[in-house]
Design a protein around this ligand. Structure first.
Ligand code: DSN
Length: 414
């Protein structure tokens, strides 16, 4: 193939080779990392646009540099579309990703040292929900709720009891590794009872919320944060939605307090993604993500694997490998050798260390984008079962890798 004179292939063949190889990897592997997806060609085109060249500190109509005619238009499109999609009063589309979005919420709504309550990392919460190694655990008086040991689910009466005891100023709900529906209304009642603000981090389930496949935290939460690239299928980026009363504080926290110029190429691409998510096609996609996760869970359980909570309500399945006597890291490595890409993950009440925990986390956002349905999930569950059984058998894993690549050929990537 001849490449044009100024193309990446001609200008920088080394980087072009990496890009091509990553394209091939994404096409020939079953990608089950629950936070990943395939953005559309339109989203990627906007991401690669010349908006990447523009500085635009400030907000539409109030910028610090000239030349903002089209950045203003595109940021307004992104903000309006986000508000419409989620039914929010106000949207800030400038956070660089999910952690900066959460940082902005702390900055906007709290003083240093204030008490916060969030889901513990080992139970499936996020680092930014007050975990000790994160700024949120270091600069705030952070407390945690976990899961019920029997059900492995959120226990709202226990969360209420902890909230009453620690009297947080802010409660974070939302998770990175929780396979069940989150009852935002119950969280709002608890927050109300103790006079706390409620922040819902929906990074993982934003696409399901947008598509009507998971209850929305709006109007229950004061603030909702998200990334734009997980089930929502946009570019890498962050999003904050909030009630009008918090709009000014949130906007001032994002800029000028914490960030400089927004990445306008990502903002433009997010606008595209919000539009794509506001369609019947995306509603079907969100519903299929959930159906696929359920089918994957059933298939995995049939191969004898133990699933945390016994199954799933959303896009995510958490497998407890303890009965197989294999660690999460070895399991993830074996699966990768078979062209199945997952991440090792702590399970509730894990006795192993976070870097080599007892579980693997699987999600169906990306495979559903490729057009896979329940029958494909059954096949994927069988591949996973075979790979885990052959975890120390490189020949079988190599054979499985060929089978997986051939299977993937039937599902082109966007
Ligand atoms: N890295 C994201 C995830 O995989 O869930 C959370 O930040």
């Amino acid at each position: 193939m001849t490449h044009p004179e100024h193309s990446l292939h001609r200008v920088d063949p080394e980087v072009a080779a990496c890009v091509d190889a990553e394209d091939r990897r994404q096409a020939s592997t079953i990608r089950l990392i629950a936070s990943e997806n395939y953005a559309s060609a339109a989203v990627r085109e906007a991401t690669a646009s010349r908006f990447t060249n523009k500085y635009s500190e400030g907000y539409p109509g109030r910028r610090y540099y000239q030349g903002q005619e089209f950045t203003d238009t595109v940021e307004n499109l992104a903000r309006d579309r986000a508000c419409q999609l989620f039914g929010a009063d106000h949207a800030n589309v400038q956070p660089y990703s999910g952690s900066p979005a959460n940082l902005a919420v702390y900055y906007a709504l709290l003083e240093l040292g204030d008490t916060v309550l969030g889901m513990g990392l080992p139970s499936g919460g996020h680092l930014t929900h007050g975990w000790g190694v994160n700024f949120s655990g270091r600069f705030y008086d952070a407390h945690h709720y976990g899961l019920n040991r029997e059900t492995e689910r959120l226990d709202y009466s226990e969360i209420r009891a902890i909230a009453k005891e620690v009297q947080p100023k802010l409660i974070f709900c939302g998770a990175s590794a929780y396979p069940r529906t989150i009852d935002f209304e119950a969280f709002a009642e608890i927050a109300d009872e103790v006079g706390a603000l409620l922040v819902a981090d929906i990074a993982h389930i934003a696409g399901l919320v947008a598509g009507g496949a998971h209850p929305s935290p709006i109007p229950h939460a004061d603030v909702v944060t998200s990334t734009t690239h997980k089930t929502l299928r946009g570019p890498r980026g962050g999003l904050i939605l909030c009630r009008e009363e918090h709009a000014r504080a949130i906007d001032r926290a994002v800029f000028p307090a914490l960030q400089g110029g927004p990445h306008m190429n990502a903002v433009a691409a997010a606008a595209v993604a919000f539009n794509e998510a506001n369609t019947l096609e995306f509603k079907d996609y969100a519903a299929q993500v959930v159906k696929n996760a359920a089918a994957l869970a059933t298939g995995l359980a049939q191969t004898g694997l133990r699933l945390v909570t016994g199954g799933t309500d959303n896009h995510l399945v958490l497998v407890d490998l303890t009965p197989l006597q294999i660690g999460g890291r070895d399991a993830a490595t074996a699966l990768e050798a078979a062209n199945i890409v997952v991440n090792s993950n702590s399970i509730p009440f894990d006795t192993r260390k976070p870097f080599d925990p007892s579980g693997v986390r699987l999600g169906t956002g990306a495979v559903t984008t490729r057009g896979m349905k329940e029958d494909a999930m059954k096949q994927i569950a069988a591949f996973i079962g075979d790979a885990l059984n052959a975890a120390d058998d490189p020949t079988t894993l190599a054979r499985l890798a060929d089978d997986v690549a051939a299977f993937c050929d039937d599902y082109p990537i966007p």
